[in-house]
Design a binder for this molecule. Structure first.
Ligand code: GLY
Length: 310
């Protein structure tokens, strides 16, 4: 069984000036996750490592570089899920954790719960000695500027997610050499969202899902739409019924567009090592590493390949 790592840096109308950095960022994160798999790490370890790399990169809307809510604050959501046992952990509305994906993993491994929110999540982080950072240190100058400029447009983006203003989410899926799958998703959500708004990214079955019997999916796009169609689980249901990963993803995203007018994207892997990266927004930065090499793309139908550097 050969290991596979796939990551995305968010499905939205990525502007030209962010294109190269977005593609570079997803390639680095995919390689980071894949190196964990090569060293014998689990799919769970690999998705956490890849998402941490994306959270640390200010180009993406997660961790450092996250977008700001209506009050100009960071509120972060994340999920991680282990396809071996269906164990999952998630956090929502946390504001002083640089890598929410690792806090989500701690929720999964150290509590009897699946999702902790805001103050409770922060208290839990404190109780396990996880380092906290002042929320402001996660905010980039660009995001502060975008927040000031677009303060009054929150309603419009809810109706037109596929615009340059939207920004969105990072995620990873992996299958390890034992055939175990896992997913992780992390986000700052949507610019100028209401305080306390939680999107799809921390919600099991919506922003992500992983089951060794079917595969693993991480979603990106308009959170309210993804929640309404439980996108990750919908994609896996189509796979369960015999569709290929690419067809299942395309069909489900199309359904989300037709039924609730939502745009987005998804990455998927199967336990046998098939994978797909699909989106209905203008662009989505994605990258995959499999036995053949390093794959990546940004525009629709773009699928480029490089040899993996050793
Ligand atoms: N997809 C991320 C969000 O809507 O919050």
């Amino acid at each position: 069984m050969s290991a596979v790592m796939v990551v995305h840096g968010g499905a939205w109308a990525i502007p030209h000036d962010l294109a190269e950095a977005s593609v570079d960022g997803v390639k680095v994160a995919a390689c980071e996750g894949f190196s964990v798999l090569q060293r014998g790490g689990s799919a769970l370890d690999a998705v956490e490592a890849a998402v941490r790399a994306l959270e640390d990169n200010t180009v993406f809307d997660a961790g450092h570089g996250a977008v700001l809510n209506a009050d100009g604050e960071v509120e972060l959501d994340a999920i991680i899920m282990d396809g071996r046992t269906l164990a999952s952990g998630a956090v929502s509305s946390v504001n002083n954790i640089a890598n929410p994906v690792s806090l989500a993993r701690a929720v999964m491994e150290k509590t009897a719960h699946v999702l902790l929110t805001s103050r409770g999540a922060n208290l839990f982080a404190e109780s396990i000695g996880m380092a906290t950072v002042p929320g402001d240190t996660l905010v980039t100058e660009n995001e502060r500027k975008a927040w000031r400029k677009n303060k009054n447009f929150a309603t419009e983006v809810m109706e037109d997610f596929n615009c340059q203003w939207a920004h969105d989410t990072v995620g990873a899926v992996a299958v390890d050499s034992a055939g175990n799958v896992a997913c992780a998703t992390s986000t700052g959500g949507i610019r100028n969202k209401m305080v306390g708004r939680v999107g799809d990214s921390s919600i099991i079955g919506a922003g992500g899902y992983a089951d060794n019997l079917i595969g693993a999916v991480s979603c990106t796009g308009h959170g309210e739409s993804i929640l309404k169609v439980t996108l990750a689980r919908l994609i896996l249901s189509h796979i369960e019924q015999g569709k290929s990963l690419a067809d299942a993803s395309q069909l489900s995203l199309q359904y989300m567009g037709d039924r609730v007018r939502g745009a987005g994207g998804a990455i998927a892997v199967s336990p046998s090592g098939q994978w797909a990266a699909t989106f209905t927004t203008e662009r989505m930065a994605w990258s995959a590493v499999d036995h053949d090499g390093l794959w990546y793309g940004l525009d629709p139908n773009e699928r480029l390949k490089e040899q993996l550097s050793q």
